[in-house]
Write a protein that binds this ligand. Structure first.
Ligand code: GRF
Length: 215
């Protein structure tokens, strides 16, 4: 997997900023090749431009089908030689054209401990359900909504006086740690996906060939 990231956003872009900061601070060895938003007014586009990154808006409106929009995204990503696609608050379902173009190379961050509370308003769902812990999950994107193999999770307590906002901001702190960490793990290689499990280290294809080479 090459180290060129394509980051897809729809709004604020704080997870994008966390990736930018991690790269700047040397915690993540990667380059952001392009930031794309389906909304022209996404705050995250400004954050990207402030960081000197290419930032483009590509509206989802006006395409004959969802697949046509996905194909347009793929063209933009491919033309910039992107190796890993990071969804960071991208409020669109991504379909087969994008997933097939980047197999095991589209990831997302979600503000709950999946498989609990997929979909929108995950923090409200956790609070309303009465969960005593929630958190953040970085996972591969598959056709199942928020249902792909899990790469990194971080746990956050739900406090009795929490509001949706206070819980969301506590989770966000962990999101900003978890996303760069997960991207670094992926770029490092030496992992595989076995069924639903993201497996690292010994036993991976890379480790096996290294062992074979040293035997
Ligand atoms: C985050 O809570 C992320 O987990 C969810 O959407 C939100 C995006 O926030 N998928 P930001 O745009 O990264 O600030």
């Amino acid at each position: 997997m090459n180290r060129r990231l394509g980051v897809l956003i729809s709004g604020r872009g704080s997870n994008l900023q966390a990736l930018i900061d991690a790269i700047r601070e040397g915690r993540l060895e990667a380059q952001i090749a392009v930031v794309m938003s389906n909304r022209e007014d996404a705050e995250g586009l400004e954050k990207a431009r402030d960081a000197g990154l290419e930032a483009i808006a590509l509206s989802h409106r006006g395409w004959p089908s969802r697949d046509d929009y996905d194909r347009a995204i793929v063209r933009e990503l491919r033309s910039r030689d992107v190796g890993l696609v990071c969804l960071a608050g991208f409020m669109r379902l991504v379909g087969a054209p994008l997933l097939e173009a980047f197999p095991n190379a589209v990831v997302n961050i979600h503000p709950s401990l999946l498989p609990a509370f997929p979909g929108v308003d995950a923090q409200r769902q956790a609070l309303d359900y009465g969960a005593t812990v929630s958190g953040a999950t970085v996972h591969f994107v598959t056709p199942a909504l928020d249902g792909g193999p899990i790469i990194v999770q971080r746990v956050v307590p739900v406090l009795s006086n929490d509001t949706v906002e206070s819980l969301a901001s506590r989770i966000l702190v962990e999101e900003h740690q978890a996303y760069p960490e997960a991207v670094a793990l992926l770029l490092e290689g030496g992992w595989r996906v076995e069924g639903r499990r993201f497996v690292r280290g010994a036993g991976s294809a890379r480790a096996k060939s290294a062992n074979a080479a040293s035997a």
